[in-house]
Design a protein around this ligand. Structure first.
Ligand SMILES: Nc1nc2c(ncn2[C@@H]2O[C@H](COP(=O)(O)OP(=O)(O)OP(=O)(O)O)[C@@H](O)[C@H]2O)c(=O)[nH]1
Ligand SMILES: [Mg+2]
Length: 304
């Protein structure tokens, strides 16, 4: 299956819920008026696009409707598709300009960090890059094992220690190993759960200090993993992490299992952090680079 159809398939639930709502108002209105916009806004909010972002989208739509002299409600899907695609903007690829470059993967427990690292390793390896993984989620032995399995599956190297080891020291060892091997990219997994949130944030700060000290001139990506099915909660998680670290991109996982895919729009608009990848399944090939146009086509079917 090609990238495009995979994204489309992953967004089916979101699209169905949005489409049903939009089709029903398109059928019950004969012209585009204020009442039409009010109902449309409600449908957008229900698709987890968020109140603020839905208001913004409707504002943009009002402008487009006026500029183009559109009166027929059936035209709204095309305009909505265009508005969303414009809002999401250009695709922002990973910046991995140095050798080695660092990708630190963070997020609360269960969102899909380890799985996404496995998938991302496979993508980078297929681009000819030498990848070294660091198992810096030392909170549970099972976490280290899970990352080892992904390293095997993707065919990349892994640096690990026993559980309970200081995660920052695992990051240090991983960087040293990557330098010795002349690797291109380091990807470090981190714990999503510690004894409490304060610990988690302090640990992250410590890891960042090691990275900045050991790789002062390197490209550093800090990717926050968010689970799409948690809807607006994901935005709140992002805000908490933004307080303690410089997030350079988002991986939005589990789009396949949810009708809340609209959350992407909210995340990018409200937080100004680019969504770089989306997860659409549990397999190694189920991580896709994010593309605004494909996304807009995936959630709003302009054909019917
Ligand atoms: N359907 C679906 N499942 C996913 C996706 N990404 C991850 N998962 C599943 O989500 C579950 C949790 O994934 P992990 O990668 O272990 O999550 P984590 O963030 O590393 O979790 P902790 O290490 O406990 O913090 C696993 O069962 C994954 O297979 C996705 O894009 N789609
Ligand atoms: Mg994990």
């Amino acid at each position: 299956m090609g990238f495009f159809s995979k994204i489309k398939q992953g967004l089916t639930k979101t699209k169905d819920s949005l489409s049903n709502g939009i089709t029903s108002i398109v059928n019950s209105f004969t012209k585009i008026d204020e009442e039409f916009f009010e109902e449309l806004e409600e449908i957008l909010v229900m698709s987890d696009i968020g109140v603020e972002t839905s208001e913004f989208i409707c504002g943009e739509l009002r402008k487009k409707v006026k500029e183009n002299g559109v009166t027929d409600p059936t035209e709204i899907k095309k305009l909505l598709n265009k508005t969303i695609s414009e809002m999401m903007g250009e695709t922002k690829p990973l910046v991995l300009d140095t050798k080695p470059s660092m990708i630190l993967v963070i997020g609360v427990n269960g969102v899909g960090k380890t799985t996404s690292i496995g998938k991302l390793s496979a993508i980078l390896k297929s681009q000819g890059k030498k990848v070294v993984l660091g198992a810096a989620d030392t909170f549970r032995a099972a976490a280290i094992e899970q990352l080892s399995e992904w390293a095997n599956r993707a065919g990349v190297d892994l640096v690990k220690s026993v559980d309970g080891t200081d995660p920052a020291s695992v990051v240090y060892d991983t960087i040293a190993s990557a330098k010795a091997k002349n690797a291109d990219v380091i990807i470090c997994d981190t714990a999503g759960r510690l004894h409490n949130k304060k610990n988690l944030m302090e640990e992250l700060a410590k890891i960042n200090r090691v990275i900045n000290r050991e790789l002062p001139e390197s490209s550093i990506e800090t990717l926050l993993v968010l689970d799409a099915s948690t809807g607006q909660n994901a935005v709140n998680q992002a805000k908490e992490f933004m307080n303690v670290t410089n997030i350079t991109g988002i991986i939005l996982t589990k789009l396949d299992g949810t009708a809340k895919g609209g959350i992407i729009i909210s995340i990018q608009k409200q937080l100004g952090i680019p969504v770089k990848f989306v997860g659409v399944g549990e397999g190694i090939e189920d991580l896709l680079p994010f593309d605004a146009e494909e996304f807009a086509d995936g959630i709003i079917d302009t054909e019917n």
